[in-house]
Design a protein around this ligand. Sequence first.
Ligand SMILES: CC(C)(COP(=O)(O)OP(=O)(O)OC[C@H]1O[C@@H](n2cnc3c(N)ncnc32)[C@H](O)[C@@H]1OP(=O)(O)O)[C@@H](O)C(=O)NCCC(=O)NCCS
Length: 194
Amino acid sequence: MRGVAVRLTAMVFAPPDRIVTDRLVIRRESADDAAVVADAIDRNRTRLLPWMSWATGEAAEVSTQVARIAGASEQWDAGDMFDYSIFDLVDGSFMGKIGLHRRIGPHGIELGYWLDAEAEGRGVMTEATTALMKVALELDEIDRVEIHCDEANLRSQAVPRRVGFALDRIENRPIAAASETGRHMVWVYQPDCR
Ligand SMILES: CC(C)(COP(=O)(O)OP(=O)(O)OC[C@H]1O[C@@H](n2cnc3c(N)ncnc32)[C@H](O)[C@@H]1OP(=O)(O)O)[C@@H](O)C(=O)NCCC(=O)NCCS
């Protein structure tokens, strides 16, 4: 009787809880992170609000962050969203947030981010995006990572450009935050199509 080779491939439904890069620890949040995230939102509200309408005084309250992190944890377990905080590998300080969202249709996942002002301009988000993009592409049935940003958000669009994403299209969308133009850029990284 001839042997039959069976190749078992592990299904990967969620990325790792903790990703370490040269300078960063990118870690799934727990309730213990609520205070540090609330404090960072409070200090960065005027920078974030032009692009992120959720960055209000209410979002800067610890109780809001406790509730958000609990909801994000449920979404993680359901495989809908994987939300991380970014910390300095050396001193453990909070640097910002990055996440993956399954909300762009089959085989795709959207990556979003923001940084604390202290962490801006040092390549932190380029490093975090490069790492998270790689683990996203190892997820089952994901072959495309997208980054969405408004055309006026020059710092945000520079991140996918630097990492090697291609600008796929610009769509007209309702303006969702004060500095947006409504011209919504969709940057795509899709290894098989490059
Ligand atoms: C969008 C945002 C995360 C980008 O942050 P950023 O600091 O510009 O991006 P990076 O961390 O990748 O850093 C890139 C900068 O660091 C510099 N840099 C230094 N060392 C670097 C390194 N090792 N690798 C890459 N870049 C490096 C780059 O030259 C660049 O500087 P420049 O802006 O003067 O050209 C940040 O501006 C932010 O939080 N904005 C507000 C919220 C927001 O808009 N979020 C996105 C909504 S779509």
